[in-house]
Every structure is written in structure tokens, then in C-alpha cells.
Ligand binder design. Structure first.
Ligand code: BES
Ligand code: ZN
Length: 631
């Protein structure tokens, strides 16, 4: 089937707009959240008919019940019916729909379409062209993919349960019936009832103290895509970090968090100096229990973060710079579909690195980028040899596939190197001016890759008379030849040490400086010579204790190499790591390496039976597949 990537105004809608009063058209435009509704891109990961009728504001009224592991209540949608349609389609997945009301009173008919394991089902509600409000009464399933319900045991404090949500990419529909596409933006508010000993926080204005009765009210008055609606509930405490920054965590973790995140306020200032005002008011973080499946999630006003970045020496805080950068790239200017994911992540990795350079200097920022580049080279080869080699294009085609499959180093690092290469071509000053204008011109809007390519041509390349192989970067495979190279003196010194590993009898002879950073150590582990064996690893471990060093990045890297080389002294600490930590980025390579041999697979399965109950569905779905696990 050949079809346009854009929904143009249909004949009917042109007829409708032409026939309604001028005032009405203006009013529609005023409440419109997206300037680009006329050419709304197809999002084949959503059933919603946002191009006809869309939500402008959503209000949640919910009760969080830990006994039944359900959220129940209703959601009010304030809607804008652009085309005078009689049907409004929402996305739902794993949700019970009890009833639907129009204008707070009248029950209306609805229909639930066929279920698809990936997308869920369309919920089609009968409305009229005059309908302004649709209220959907619903209840979540205990298995809802967006929700992770943690028992007391799975928290740091061990005395209270915990709940958090993860919406990106298409999971919000498993806890809120909504038009779950990044192409539409909504404001939202919420009334949330939780057990009175717990605090609730959202991607909105947040409390800093527990309420007496477990009732909380939230407002997010800036329009955001649905994947950024987020909630966490637990025994939380708040600590201030700066004028407009702070951190939430369980009480036993809060001091560690304050120490680790001392520079967050500085990062916000640096980001503003680079690309303009921070538009969201406060920037807070919440450090979640270790089962959180990601490193971080850029929920607006409140980044959700893994505790595995609490290295105790502030060495992993570039993750905060990354999630903060999303306040511009991603949250202010949003990818219109998941095929345009690199617009969120590539820009963010570039921006993250600029923040790190501003706060910690160029040498350090270059090391970080070099580490990223190594990951890109590896993954580029892996993807090129796999089932979907076109996944090395920045612009993806994920139709019929899980949008999570786009979460590779291509979107993140090839995307960032595209921008770095453009920067090198245009010069930093010109490029920064371009990016500033890009964020200002598109704030609170969504953008396709094609929109960006056109904008780049008109605002950077043509005015400065620059030739650039944009199409090769965006629509072509792999890493183009003109990709900028980064050199790092510090890594060159590490390389010298690596060469000696197989020649010395004791690791002491390597005379490694006491002040190596986490990233020098990572580079070191990655460049242990190919002819090293398990005895060499034992020698290094005896001196440097990588197996149990407490730095999650180093341990994860070390475990993968140790499995490869058959160094089995890691087995106990690795088991403990895998049972406690649910961050998919670490789990995936470790289990993959284990699954390569029969004995490794047996060990992996033995660990997994204890670990799986601690993992979020996002992680266990991935690991089930690696291990061929039948639950
Ligand atoms: N937005 C992503 C996380 C995400 C992407 C969740 C796609 C679901 C689908 C977040 O900003 C992110 O990139 N996190 C990274 C950390 C970062 C420092 C690269 C992660 O979790 O590893
Ligand atoms: Zn990101």
C-alpha cells in the first residue's frame, strides 16, 4: 500500500471548517496544542484519531490501592473536536473500562476493538460535534506494564510498599485511557489518593511534605505528550539542592543523594546559558528503588532516576545532565512519532555533553563522548549484521514493531555525532545560535525528522552556504566518513597500560595512578588485550576489586568480560547484582553473554529465577527472550 506520511485535511474537514463560523475556527486554533495539526504525521503506534478530535487537558481522579495492585477512578478529557466527528478514539491496554460519560452526566456508548499485544486496543467513544468533555471510568490490571508495584522488601526502607510508572514509549495507555501519541500535547491535573503513610509525586508541581490524609493534588500547566505523565508513590523525603532544584528519595537514601547531586543547580544554569531559559519552573529528581528499568526518565519537573548512579564519588552524574537536557530536547521540542526518536535522544546526548563540558571541562566531556562512540561502533556493527540493518538510519521505520527497539546507540550516539559534525562544519558560535533558535521556534511543539531536515537547510546550511551530506546521515546506513573524531590524551595513557597487562606478573607493576576516573577504568576494561585470559583477570581483580567495587558501570562491564574469558570468581557478586538491579542496560549484555554457553545459560537461569520477580516488565520481557524463559 502506498500512502502519504501525512494526513492532509480531508475533503470533509475542509468542508466543515469552511462552513463553520470564523469565530469557531479561531477558537479551535487558540486551544490547539499543535501548530502542525493540519499535517499531523501518522503514528502507527496509536489508534487515536487526534487529527479529527484531540484532548487538550486531562484530569485524573484516582485511588492507588497496594493490596489489589490497581489504580482505579476516572479521567476527564477536555476535547477539541476539529472535524465535527461523532467518534473519539483512545488507546487502552490491559485496562478495564467501566463506563463513559459526556459532560459529567450522560452515559454514552463505547466499543473496544480487537486487542493487539503490542498496541493494546482502540476504545471508540460516541460523542457529538458539541461534546466538550469525555469522562472514562477505569481500573488498571495488576500486570499493567507501565506500573511496578514493589513489596516492602523491594525498597530500601523495607517497611512500606512503592509504586512507580513508566510511560515512554507506549505504556501510558496501560494506566490511563488516553490518546497515547507523542504527536499531541496536553496539560494535565490530578487528584490522587494513596495510603496516608506514603507521599505521591508526579511530573507536575509537587509536595515536599506528606499530607495527613494521603490526598494529593497536582497541576502540569505546560502542554506535554502523554508519555511524560508519571507518578511515584512511596515513603519519600524531600531535600533541597539549590534554589529551584531538589531530590526525593526514601529517607535512608536521602543523604547519599544530596552528596551525589551537589552540582545539579550548576547544571541547570549551564544548560540555560547554552540553549535558553528553563521553562518548567522547578527541576527535581526522584531516586527510585533499584528495579527501575532505566537509568533515567525525563519526566518533566521530576526526573526519575536509578539508584545505580549513586557511585558515592559523583562520577555518574552525566545521567542527570542527560535527563535535564531533555527539558529542551524531548520535553519542549518532541519527536512527533517514535520513528523520529533520534530527535529526542540524539539532541539530548549532544546537549548533555555540552553541559558536562561547561561544568567539568572539555577533557572530561571528551572522555565521556569517546566512551559513547565506542558503544556506537559496537552497536552499529551488531545492528548491521542483524535482522534490521536499516535500524542504523537515524530516521527509523518501526511500523509493526515495539518502539523500544529504536532505543539503540544509533538514535543516541549517531544522532549526537551528526550534531557534533554539523557543529564542526558551521563553527560553534553559529551552531549554538541555530540551536537556540531551533528550541525557541519549536517550543511546546512536535517535530518529524523531515521537519527538522527542512529547518536545518533553511536556517543553518543555506544561509551559511554550507554543503553537508544530511541525507546520508539521516536516511543512510551506519556512520558516515565525515563523522568527527574525538581524541583523548587520558585514554591514550590508559591504552599504554592496557598493552602491559599480559606481560606483568602483578597488577602493581602497571603503576596505575590513584586518581583515575570511572571513565578511565571503563576504557581500561574495554581495552584489555584480546589474548588476556582468566588468570589475567584474576590478577587485576586481586588489585582493583572490579567484581565488587560498588560502581555499577564498572561492575557491569567487568562481568561481561569475565563471562567471556571464563573468569568465574565474579559469580557471587554478579548474582547479587543481577538479583538487586533491574536496569535493562546492565542486564541485557550480561544475560546475553551468559546465554552463549550451556553452563552460562544454566547459571543465568538459576539466578533469573530469584531475580525475575524484582524486575519491571520492561526488563523481564527483554530477558525472557534472551533466556528462552517460559513463565
Ligand atoms: N527517555 C530515555 C529513556 C527511555 C527511552 C525510556 C525510550 C523508554 C523508551 C532516557 O532519557 C534515557 O535515555 N535514559 C538512559 C540514560 C542516558 C544517560 C543515556 C538510560 O536509561 O539508560
Ligand atoms: Zn534520553
Amino acid at each position: 500500500m502506498i500512502r502519504s506520511k501525512y494526513y492532509l485535511f480531508s475533503v470533509i474537514s475542509i468542508f466543515f471548517l469552511a462552513s463553520c463560523g470564523a469565530d469557531e475556527t479561531v477558537e479551535n486554533e487558540e486551544v490547539s496544542n499543535s501548530d502542525s495539526l493540519a499535517d499531523f504525521p501518522i503514528d502507527y503506534h496509536s489508534y487515536s484519531n487526534v487529527y479529527d478530535v484531540y484532548t487538550s487537558h486531562l484530569h485524573l481522579n484516582i485511588n492507588v490501592d497496594f493490596d489489589s495492585k490497581t489504580i482505579s477512578g476516572w479521567v476527564d478529557h477536555d476535547i477539541v473536536n476539529k472535524n465535527g466527528t461523532n467518534k473519539m478514539v483512545f488507546d487502552i491496554n490491559q485496562l478495564d473500562i467501566e463506563k463513559v460519560l459526556l459532560e459529567d452526566s450522560e452515559e454514552t456508548a463505547f466499543e473496544i476493538g480487537e486487542h493487539d499485544d503490542l498496541l493494546g486496543a482502540p476504545l471508540t467513544v460516541d460523542i457529538t460535534p458539541e461534546t466538550k468533555k469525555v469522562s472514562i471510568f477505569f481500573k488498571t490490571s495488576p500486570e499493567a506494564n507501565a506500573l511496578q508495584w514493589l513489596s516492602n522488601q523491594q525498597t530500601a526502607g523495607k517497611n512500606n510498599p512503592y509504586l512507580f510508572t513508566q510511560g515512554q514509549a507506549i505504556l501510558t495507555r496501560t494506566w490511563i485511557p488516553c490518546q497515547d501519541t507523542p504527536g499531541n500535547r496536553i496539560t494535565y491535573s490530578a487528584d490522587v489518593q494513596v495510603p496516608s503513610q506514603l507521599m505521591a509525586v508526579m511530573s507536575a508541581d509537587n509536595p515536599t511534605e506528606k499530607s495527613a490524609d494521603g490526598k494529593y493534588h497536582f497541576e502540569m500547566d505546560k502542554p506535554i505528550p502523554s508519555y511524560l505523565i508519571a507518578l511515584a508513590v512511596g515513603d519519600l523525603e524531600f531535600a533541597s539542592l539549590g534554589d529551584r532544584t531538589g531530590v526525593y528519595a526514601e529517607p535512608s537514601m536521602i543523604d547519599k543523594c544530596v552528596y551525589e547531586f551537589v552540582d545539579v543547580e550548576k547544571m541547570v544554569i549551564a544548560a540555560e546559558e547554552l540553549y535558553g531559559e528553563y521553562k518548567w519552573g522547578r527541576y527535581d529528581l526522584i531516586v527510585l528503588p533499584p528495579s527501575f528499568p532505566f537509568g533515567g526518565m525525563e519526566n518533566p519537573k521530576l526526573t526519575f532516576a536509578t539508584p545505580t548512579i549513586l557511585a558515592g564519588d559523583r562520577s555518574l552524574v552525566s545521567l542527570v545532565a542527560h535527563e535535564l537536557a531533555h527539558s529542551w530536547s524531548g520535553n519542549l521540542v518532541t519527536n512527533a512519532t517514535w520513528d523520529d526518536f533520534w530527535l529526542n535522544e540524539g539532541f539530548t546526548v549532544y546537549f548533555e555533553n555540552r553541559i558536562m563540558e561547561q561544568v567539568y571541562g572539555k577533557e572530561y566531556a571528551d572522555m565521556l563522548m569517546q566512551i559513547e562512540y565506542q558503544g556506537l561502533e559496537y552497536e552499529n556493527e551488531d545492528i548491521s549484521a542483524g535482522e534490521f540493518p536499516e535500524d542504523t538510519h537515524l530516521k527509523l521505520d518501526l511500523e509493526g514493531r515495539d518502539p523500544d527497539e529504536g532505543m539503540t546507540a544509533i538514535a543516541y550516539v549517531k544522532g549526537a555525532f551528526f550534531l557534533k559534525t554539523l557543529e564542526a562544519k558551521a563553527g560553534r558560535e553559529t551552531f549554538d545560535a541555530f540551536l537556540n533558535k531551533y528550541f525557541a521556534d519549536h517550543e511546546f511543539q512536535t517535530l518529524t525528522t523531515e521537519d527538522f531536515v527542512a529547518y536545518l537547510e533553511d536556517n543553518l546550511l543555506a544561509p551559511n552556504d554550507l554543503e553537508f551530506n544530511v541525507d546520508e546521515w539521516v536516511y543512510g546506513k551506519g556512520i558516515p566518513d565525515n563523522c568527527v573524531k574525538i581524541e583523548s590524551d587520558k585514554f591514550a595513557k590508559v591504552d599504554e597500560k592496557c598493552e602491559l597487562i599480559t606481560q606483568v606478573n602483578s597488577a602493581k607493576e602497571l603503576e596505575i595512578s590513584e586518581d583515575w576516573s570511572t571513565h578511565e577504568w571503563l576504557h581500561f576494561i574495554r581495552h584489555i588485550p584480546g589474548d588476556a585470559d582468566a588468570d589475567d583477570l584474576a590478577m587485576l581483580d586481586a588489585e582493583f576489586n572490579f567484581s565488587d567495587c560498588g560502581n555499577s558501570e564498572i561492575m557491569a562491564e567487568w562481568y561481561v568480560l569475565s563471562i567471556k574469558l571464563g573468569y568465574d570468581k565474579i559469580n557471587n557478586p554478579m548474582r547479587e547484582f543481577l538479583v538487586n538491579v533491574g536496569r535493562r542496560k546492565f542486564l541485557q549484555p550480561i544475560y546475553t553473554e551468559l546465554a552463549k554457553s550451556d553452563s552460562g545459560l544454566a547459571l543465568a537461569k538459576d539466578i533469573y529465577k530469584d531475580a525475575r520477580p524484582n524486575y519491571h516488565s520492561i526488563s523481564y520481557i527483554t530477558i525472557d527472550e534472551i533466556l528462552g524463559w517460559e513463565s
